[in-house]
Write a protein that binds this ligand. Structure first.
Ligand SMILES: C[S@@+](CC[C@H](N)C(=O)[O-])C[C@H]1O[C@@H](n2cnc3c(N)ncnc32)[C@H](O)[C@@H]1O
Length: 271
């Protein structure tokens, strides 16, 4: 079967089995199996596809596995990150936080950054690559996610990986920037999430009863790890824009910014 036939077959298979976004998912798995990027499809329509590998991907999609886990990697900011069961899939909203951070860091000489709750490392490692003079500490508790963090950090010399719990006291130098996309979903909302999101680890999503547990520890403990002119940047849930201002009580200025969809999504705070 060639790439074009495989794509046509995959769209039909996924559509017939009620998988949403069948076109995009079919294109992505076919290109993955053919070893090409999605935008190279037309140039490679006649290439040969290994049908057994494609069938495996299609059955996983049919069973509800997220597309990103099926292909095992996903584009984020300027790189590709390995992902799979046990690690959160990087989201486009989070790229906006990275863009904001990189812009801010361009004005700082040899900045020190702490990325709390690093997951795949999409935030911390993207910053480490974009700002080569920086030193980036990436802290992640989950053993499974930490394995992806290690794999994704291959060749990035200015990232220091720490497998620990951010509720612990961690001996680390003061930073110019503390950045985090922590778990922020209320515990009782977890059950109402889409089936595909439920395949992602609970530890990456569960922010406690009111969704704010991690922001509290960041305010109470991690604010002390900021240099006097340091900046805190956070991703928040779209309904947390008002409450976050009260939670970050150790900060003098707290600005809430919107994402590309017009929802409250990012916080920039200064002591
Ligand atoms: C929302 S995910 C964000 C991952 C990544 N930063 C991103 O933006 O895609 C939160 C991450 O925090 C990790 N985590 C949960 N509790 C933690 C804790 N107490 N200490 C450190 N990391 C924790 C989870 O395993 C998960 O990888």
């Amino acid at each position: 079967m060639n790439v074009k036939e495989a794509y046509s077959y995959s769209v039909s298979f996924l559509g017939a089995n009620g998988v949403d976004e069948a076109d995009f998912k079919a294109l992505t798995v076919v290109c993955h199996v053919a070893g090409i990027k999605n935008n190279e499809y037309h140039a490679h329509r006649d290439d040969f596809v290994i049908t057994r590998q494609l069938a495996d991907c299609l059955w996983k999609l049919k069973s509800g596995e997220p597309l990103q886990y099926v292909v095992g990697k996903w584009d984020f900011y300027e790189s590709e990150f390995y992902v799979g069961e046990g690690v959160l899939i990087p989201r486009p909203e989070t790229e906006e936080l990275v863009e904001l951070a990189v812009k801010q860091l361009k004005t700082v000489d040899a900045p020190v950054i702490i990325d709390l709750c690093s997951g795949s490392g999409c935030i911390g490692l993207s910053i480490a690559k974009a700002v080569p003079s920086s030193k980036v500490y990436c802290i992640e508790k989950s053993k499974d996610a930490f394995e992806y963090l290690k794999k994704n950090s291959d060749g990035i010399y200015n990232a220091i990986l720490i497998n620990d719990d951010i509720f612990n006291d961690i001996d680390i130098e003061q930073a110019d920037l503390i950045i985090s996309n922590p778990p922020y979903i209320k515990t009782d909302v977890l059950q109402t999430l889409q089936d595909e999101v439920k395949k992602e680890p609970v530890m990456a999503l569960d922010g406690g009863t009111d969704g704010l547990d991690f922001y509290r520890v960041i305010n109470d403990k991690w604010s002390k790890k900021l240099k006097p002119n340091g900046v805190l940047m956070l991703e928040i849930g779209e309904d947390q824009g008002k409450t976050i201002i009260d939670v970050l009580s150790d900060f003098n200025s707290v600005e809430v910014l919107k994402d590309m969809y017009g929802n409250d999504r990012m916080v920039v705070a200064k002591i």
